[in-house]
Ligand binder design. Structure first.
Ligand SMILES: C[S@@+](CC[C@H](N)C(=O)[O-])C[C@H]1O[C@@H](n2cnc3c(N)ncnc32)[C@H](O)[C@@H]1O
Length: 395
């Protein structure tokens, strides 16, 4: 029976680690050679976006900590439980389980209800959780970012990081922009896709910042809109709605913040136009697939050999397009910032342009000259945002 009970315990341990319900494990009654070793404590941690188990060997006067990926951690535990430690107490979100050996070395196994209802937050996640309320767990789980214990699913660490980085940026931008204080803030997320960032926007403003804010996600795919709408109701996101439609045809009576993240090619320009036309105080775009200018660019002859390479042509077009957009937004009366949204290590679609409406003069000759000089340098004759603004590159 002995080995079976040990195996039963280890099976629960493995399953909890694999399913993300693992909370902690305490090993006691050490039987090894280290006289001052008291316990070994384990808990889940996230390191560089990937799950690990942290081992703390507690000695009389010191702790030794080491972190291991789950498979390696489980292999070590296989060798330790019942041999080097004669007591093991497992806590998961669904049960607690205990394996104890008596003086004769005979095992006893018992289990009970969970000692705690949820997985202990990891250190990294504890910081992040300040930017999203615990209620966000409903949609994070429904959108497959986390499991039911709030642990990030394998392969979703980048998306999870992106959501939190985005909310962090939004929290700073909301301070700089002149958002209304006498009525709810109105936000549109254009081309919202599965709604990850739309849900995050809603929860950040309404719950974390405690600012009444209506958020609408606009998306061409009706299936996604239906799903997001149902999830918004289920998650209790009272001021969040989703509409099937295009960026180009959306209509607003009031719009304070325009968001368009990863809207392909000139869809970003269409979204910017909507924001500027509505007089939005804040515009946040993260462009992608900047194709429109590729065939037009006539860079300096010295660059021709470098631009034989497709990747340089692509980056060149991205730079020219987004630099032009930022200058056109300056001309249209916005202060712009361009920066890396999250490190390229995590995604290639990482550039963000933010534009905050300023009180000063708009359409100045000086701002127009900057746009024209850049367009002339690259031989750009036409570009979507310039067309939207009726901006002529040559006069
Ligand atoms: C790359 S996804 C980005 C989704 C989301 N904004 C994000 O960053 O996670 C782009 C989404 O925009 C939608 N889309 C593309 N063109 C659109 C348009 N003209 N109007 C509305 N939605 C559009 C697509 O269906 C797709 O779901």
């Amino acid at each position: 029976m002995g080995p079976d009970l040990r195996e039963t315990f280890l099976t629960h341990l493995r399953t909890s680690v694999q399913e993300g319900t693992f909370v902690k494990l305490t090993l006691g009654k050490p039987r090894g050679t280290e006289a001052d070793l008291q316990n070994l404590y384990l808990r889940p941690v996230t390191l560089r976006g990937t799950p690990h188990l942290s081992f703390v060997w507690r000695h009389t006067t010191k702790d030794i900590t080491k972190n291991f990926p789950p498979a390696e951690a489980l292999a070590q535990l296989d060798a330790l439980v019942g041999t080097s430690f004669h007591s093991a107490h497992l806590f998961t979100t669904t049960r607690s389980a205990q394996l104890e050996y008596n003086k004769k070395g005979e095992p006893r196994y018992s289990f009970g209800p969970p000692a705690t209802g949820e997985a202990q937050p990891r250190e990294h996640d504890r910081v992040k959780s300040r930017l999203l309320p615990s209620s966000s767990q409903i949609w994070l789980e429904a959108l497959d970012i986390t499991n039911s214990a709030g642990v990030v699913r394998p392969g979703m660490a980048d998306k999870h990081r992106q959501i939190h980085k985005y909310v962090e940026i939004l929290s700073h931008l909301a301070v700089d922009a002149a958002l209304p204080t006498n009525r709810p803030v109105e936000i549109a997320d254009m081309g919202c896709g599965k709604g990850y960032l739309t849900f995050a926007t809603h929860d950040y403003f309404n719950i974390v910042a405690n600012r009444a804010t209506n958020v609408v996600g606009i998306e061409t795919r009706p299936g996604l809109v239906e799903k997001c709408q149902a999830l918004a109701r289920r998650a209790g996101c009272a001021r969040l709605s989703f509409q099937a439609g295009t960026i180009q045809s959306a209509q607003f009576t009031t719009l304070d913040v325009l968001i368009a993240l990863h809207a392909c090619d000139t869809a970003t320009d269409d979204a910017i136009l909507q924001g500027v036309r509505a007089g939005a105080a804040l515009i946040v775009v993260s462009p992608c697939c900047q194709k429109e200018l590729r065939s037009q660019l006539q860079p300096a002859a010295v660059l021709a050999p470098a631009l034989q390479h497709g990747i340089f042509q692509e980056r060149h077009a991205e730079f020219a397009t987004d630099a032009l957009r930022a200058l056109l937004l300056e001309w249209a009366g916005y202060d712009t910032k361009v920066f890396e949204f999250i490190s390229t290590e995590h995604t290639a679609k990482n550039l963000m342009i933010t534009a905050t409406k300023r009180a000063g003069p708009i359409h100045t000759d000086e701002a127009a000259a900057k746009v024209r000089e850049l367009a002339a340098f690259y031989g750009i004759k036409t570009q979507a945002l310039a067309r939207h603004f009726d901006f002529l590159f040559s006069q």
